[in-house]
Design a protein around this ligand. Sequence first.
Ligand code: SF4
Length: 65
Amino acid sequence: MKVSIIPEKCIACGLCQTYSNQFDYYDNGIVKFSNSDKLEQNLSDNQANLLAVKSCPTKALRIDS
Ligand code: SF4
């Protein structure tokens, strides 16, 4: 599945990484992908990634396809 990050919506709560290590944070706490600074990435649609995306309180993570 294609996942997008919308950094301006991220409130640096730290929740997504507790579900999936595909997510990491910049020094200011704003979310990024662990292995890339891009805003869009293909991730496997496993439960951890789905939970991470769906649990984001501000919808800063989005499944595009
Ligand atoms: S769960 Fe959402 S708001 Fe919280 S750090 Fe992750 S992307 Fe940002």
